[in-house]
Design a protein around this ligand. Structure first.
Ligand code: IPM
Ligand code: MG
Length: 362
């Protein structure tokens, strides 16, 4: 198959990990007889430096004319003092909105080789496999007005949480559909005891659940969900929630696996197009050191193959290669707490590619 992939390296460790992802995709193309064409585009701080904007028009075009995008990370101290519309993060938020990438999938899986990496007890986390489905283009991230203003004659501020019913319904449908392919259980997380938006969310979830009789639905308040994720993460199969709650709970859930350096994500629209990125940030302190863990990005390429290209055998091959190199003892610094030797970004990537090249697919 011929496919075009836009690479958005971004800032900090972004270029190193996206390079790792590209090399893995090339190895897959080579092995399975596909033709992948790569095109690069600026986003975030790198785009600000090159063009003065966090998301230049050319980047939007290159994303729109691709079959999928692979992104590294955005942000860094260099741009922290910038006004809101000139922050690197603005580029990421804008591309999500412009491409209508409303469905954000953040799988949290504890791999056997890493079960001792977590700060949580082994018996609590062994076998955890949760899919967080985060609404990504609505809620308080995007509502207006959002500004500093005088309130009753005093200095104040306002952010606005907005959801259209249809935006809530479409993400809930996606969650139920993913649950049908997995453990058939949806936990819908909200704050229905306080927020009107959450009360609508809960009504929608209850109504939509009737169309998926093979899936069980449970409602959970977000504060309780934060606690349950640590107490007993194995109770979750698919966890679906709105934008801000999903942002917070996915960082929390990442610690079940021991390292934020392991978690991939997919941001999908209603077609097969998607933007894939590691959940972690740009780690400016590691930039250029060849020390960053490339596995979250490599794992994101597996999601890209699976969801945008419908190449499940190829995706399985990448995921198996990751498991194999971890079983063989390869560890980047973030994962190497119990080990004397660590490998670099490029060594880890080469090890994964080596497995892809030798793996025998049946
Ligand atoms: C994430 C990040 C982003 C978000 C930031 C960088 C804007 O934290 O993808 O989770 O809040 O969505
Ligand atoms: Mg986040």
């Amino acid at each position: 198959m011929d496919k075009t992939i836009t690479l958005l390296a971004g800032d900090g460790i972004g270029p190193e990990i996206v390079k790792a992802g590209k090399e893995v995709l090339e190895a897959i193309a080579n092995r399975f007889g596909h033709q992948f064409t790569f095109q690069e585009a600026h986003i975030g701080g790198a785009a600000l430096d090159a063009t003065g904007e966090p998301l230049p028009e050319e980047t939007i075009e290159r994303c729109k004319n691709a079959d999928a995008c692979l992104l590294g990370a955005v942000g860094g101290p260099k741009w922290d003092g910038n006004p809101p519309h000139l922050r690197p993060e603005k580029g990421l938020l804008a591309i999500r909105q412009i491409l209508n990438l409303y469905a954000n999938l953040r799988p949290v899986q504890v791999l056997d080789a890493l079960v001792d990496e977590s700060t949580l007890k082994k018996n609590v986390i062994q076998g955890v496999d949760v899919l967080i489905v985060r609404e990504l283009t609505g809620g308080i991230y995007f509502g207006t007005p959002r500004e500093r203003r005088q309130i009753d004659g005093e200095e104040g501020v306002i952010d606005t949480l907005v959801y259209k019913k249809e935006e809530i319904e479409r993400i809930l449908h996606r969650a139920f559909q993913f649950a049908q392919l997995r453990g058939r259980h949806v936990t819908s997380v909200d704050k229905a005891n306080v927020l009107e938006s959450s009360r609508m969310w809960r009504e929608c979830a209850t109504e939509i659940a009737q169309q998926y009789p093979d899936v069980t639905l449970e409602h959970m308040l977000v504060d309780n969900a934060a606690m349950q994720l640590i107490r007993n993460p194995k109770q979750f199969d698919v966890l679906v929630t709105e934008n801000l709650f999903g942002d917070i709970l996915s960082d929390e859930a990442s610690m079940i696996t021991g390292s934020l350096g392991m978690l991939p994500s997919a941001s999908l629209n209603s077609t097969s197009f998607g933007l894939y990125e590691p959940v972690h940030g740009s780690a400016p302190e590691l930039a250029g050191l060849n020390e960053a863990n490339p596995l979250a990005t490599i794992s994101s390429t597996a999601m890209l193959l699976r969801y945008s290209f419908k190449m499940s055998e190829e995706a399985d091959c990448v995921e198996q290669a990751i498991r194999t190199v971890l079983n063989k003892g390869y560890r980047t610094a973030d994962l190497a707490h119990n080990q004397a030797t660590t490998c670099s970004t490029s060594e880890m990537t080469a090890a994964v590619i080596n497995e892809i090249n030798v793996a025998i697919h049946s």
